[in-house]
Design a protein around this ligand. Structure first.
Ligand code: ATP
Ligand code: MG
Length: 180
């Protein structure tokens, strides 16, 4: 599974539709302070189901919608699209290409789409659960997180290991079964 492209439109500093194409290998994003490098990572986290505005460095979720700049007026909708090559079927969907899209409108309405079909947040979370990606996985390590892992207690450290080990999936299923 590889991330092929990312399209950001109306999310944080991306007031205009911006598409990133990722080549095989390592991609580095460089730019001056405040130019939007971390916003790219926030966009990836968000489309993969992040529900905490704080984790996206905001106060409320609507803060992620482009609020305008000196050259461009604010917009009413944020949209992020991720395109994966899934020939290896790491994503649990029998498709060679997988697209995940999330939208948020200023009135609070939001939607998730997988391959252009409207789905629930749970469907997006489930999609990535055993792929090693996912909004809580260590595929994305943000500033301060290395220290947090270093200082974590044994219980916290176990949960960090559980996701790549594939245990998190079963823990979630158990919780769901117990709630029913
Ligand atoms: P650094 O090198 O300091 O880490 P960075 O390149 O990671 O910087 P970001 O944190 O990604 O920068 O981007 C910060 C910029 O994003 C700020 O200029 C901020 O005004 C802008 N920004 C954040 N949210 C919005 C929004 N909703 N609308 C418009 N601009 C926004
Ligand atoms: Mg940054």
């Amino acid at each position: 599974m590889t991330l092929v492209a990312l399209q950001i439109n109306g999310f944080k500093s991306f007031g205009e539709k911006t598409k990133f194409h990722f080549e095989p290998g390592i991609t580095g994003i460089i730019g001056p302070n405040g130019s939007g490098k971390s916003n790219v990572i926030d966009a990836i986290r968000w489309v993969m189901g992040e529900q905490s505005a704080k984790n996206l460095r905001g106060e409320k979720m609507q803060d992620i919608i482009f609020a305008g700049s000196s050259s461009k007026a604010a917009v009413n909708r944020a949209e992020v699209l991720l395109q994966f090559d899934n020939h290896d079927r790491r994503i649990a969907l029998n498709r060679d290409q997988v697209e995940v899209r999330r939208r948020l409108f200023r009135n609070g309405t939001s939607e998730f789409l997988i391959n252009n079909q409207k789905v629930r947040l749970k469907d997006v979370t489930d999609l990535f659960l055993d792929s090693g990606l996912g909004r809580h996985s260590l595929a994305i390590i943000s500033q301060g997180q290395v220290e947090a892992i270093f200082n974590s207690n044994p219980v916290e450290r176990r949960s960090i290991i559980e996701e790549p080990a594939g245990v998190a999936h079963f823990r979630l299923r158990k919780q769901e079964a117990q709630q029913q």
